[in-house]
Design a protein around this ligand. Structure first.
Ligand SMILES: [Ca+2]
Ligand SMILES: [Ca+2]
Ligand SMILES: [Ca+2]
Length: 480
């Protein structure tokens, strides 16, 4: 078995190679912290338990906090404080002493965030030839009152020509060691555990790199519209060599049981594989894959293309990946959490010559609404939430893309049993966290009500029947 895998890899990548070309890449610094190619998880850092002894004078006695970023093949110490005016200091010479450092330039302040950078940490062993370049944001999240995000300060980019078509590509020194050629050997979808670099390709030519369908860890081979190329990068990222390779992988079949579903799969021997059409059945190289993204797509009668992505809860925020369970015949076992079915397809294995058949998925969708309450009397709040669930129990995001454009969050209205409007509002656009809608009833209403949720999902709209709730007999809210 192991020998079979090795043969596949070696033969697949080496045999029948012929040159496709060398392409120069230039370094481009990010102008905005959220600019693409955005890597969902950069390094999210929580404060260290203690403080280094030697602090910059400005931070002594000012509530300093210390953080450690993984860079230049080790750990680099940083300090700042929660004071909105505080400077950021980084132990650039890595001697453990922060009192000898100069403050890092601040880009700006926006809302809850402060931005600093670029931080340039030379790789000492390279005599300054290589350096890690990253930006730092400080801010707070719902889980951490004060945290830092470190992400690369820029990327290498250029245009490559493959079989006559031009594509913009990007290489990102994701593991911050100053090199752009760290290849990924295994990836479970969790960027916080990735010790490799990233590669992005603008497959659809829209000028941006989609974080889920056009960006993945760097691999030695990539697949572009069914053609495989070997990919070699100079350590400084200034040049990339792409050679077309004749694939001799052993194939197996994936059947997702839904002709409208498309997927982006990742494996360390093919890079990203984009699958759509062919009635939801594809012959692909055997091996282990991480599901980076999936969506259902439909063109309506007016020719509008609606795209509704699967919901990957927590994948990017926490790095946690919930692995779908498979029964022996390859069917997904639905995982139950709370009262909702929240199966999460995260990884799959294709066996040579065999078909992996997933359970029936996709439309028609149904809406599973949960209504609970907390508090009482003048502090009574009703919490409303819902999930969009496909036939296999898989969940979808709450808003679709209409011809590629994002649509607004779902809206909600609450009526009493005489059709009087009691409340109206919107769910928060932060759909990935799917926060509850809070209806602050206080002492003002007691009795029956119904909830009307309006979605922007075009032809995927679920049929719904009216359900009645009673303020006084709702179950108590239990936080997950
Ligand atoms: Ca120092
Ligand atoms: Ca690197
Ligand atoms: Ca694109």
């Amino acid at each position: 078995m192991l020998r079979g895998v090795l043969v596949v890899l070696l033969v697949g990548l080496c045999s029948g190679a012929w040159p496709q070309g060398d392409f120069a890449l230039e370094y481009r610094a990010y102008k905005d912290f959220w600019e693409t190619p955005y890597v969902g998880v950069s390094q999210w850092l929580s404060k260290n338990p203690g403080l280094p002894r030697d602090l910059p004078g400005e931070l002594v006695g000012k509530g300093a906090r210390s953080f450690t970023v993984r860079a230049v093949g080790g750990e680099v110490l940083m300090v700042t404080s929660e004071d909105p005016e505080a400077e950021l200091y980084v132990d650039i010479d890595r001697d453990g002493d922060l009192s000898d450092e100069k403050p890092i330039a601040r880009w700006g302040v926006g809302g809850r965030y402060r931005w600093y950078g670029p931080v340039v940490v030379p790789v000492i062993e390279s005599k300054g030839w290589l350096a890690a370049r990253f930006n730092v944001v400080t801010g707070k999240t719902s889980k951490d009152p004060f945290m830092l995000i470190a992400r690369p300060a820029g990327y290498r980019t250029g245009t490559v020509r493959l079989r006559g078509d031009r594509y913009r590509i990007a290489l990102i020194d994701f593991n911050l060691n100053g090199r752009y050629n760290d290849v990924c050997t295994a990836f479970g979808g969790d960027y916080s555990k990735l010790d490799a670099d990233c590669f992005a390709i603008d497959l659809n030519g829209d000028g941006a790199f989609s974080s889920r369908a056009e960006l993945a860890p760097l691999t030695e081979a990539i697949c572009v519209w069914g053609t495989y190329y070997s990919l070699a990068v100079l350590p400084d990222g200034a040049k990339v060599r792409l050679r077309r390779v004749r694939p001799q992988f052993r194939l197996g079949r994936l059947d997702v049981g839904c002709k409208e579903m498309g997927l982006a799969l990742f494996s360390s021997h093919t890079g990203l594989l984009i699958l759509s059409g062919s009635k939801g059945q594809w012959d692909i190289p055997a091996g282990n894959y991480t599901v980076m993204f999936s969506a259902i797509t439909r063109v309506d009668r007016e020719g509008v293309k609606w795209n509704l992505p699967r919901w990957f809860k927590g994948r990017h925020e926490t790095g946690s990946v919930i692995v779908a369970r498979y029964t022996d015949d390859g069917l997904i076992k639905q995982l139950k959490r709370g009262e909702l079915l929240r199966e999460q397809l995260a990884s799959l294995t294709i066996q040579p010559g065999k078909t992996l058949k997933l359970g029936k998925m996709g439309p028609p969708l149904r809406m599973v609404t949960t209504v609970t309450r907390q508090g009482s009397g003048n502090n009574l709040t009703v919490l409303i939430n819902f999930a969009l669930v496909g036939q296999g129990g898989e969940e979808y995001e709450r808003s679709a893309r209409r011809n590629g454009a994002s649509l607004g969050p779902p809206k909600l209205r609450i009526f009493d049993d005489k059709d009087k409007l009691l409340e109206s509002g919107s769910f928060l656009p932060a759909w990935r966290d799917a926060p509850d809608y809070l209806w602050e009833v206080r002492g003002s209403y007691r009795g029956k009500f119904r909830v009307e949720i309006t979605l922007n999902i075009g032809p995927f709209n679920p049929s719904s029947k009216t359900e009645w709730y009673d303020v006084e007999s709702l179950p108590r809210h239990k936080p997950e």
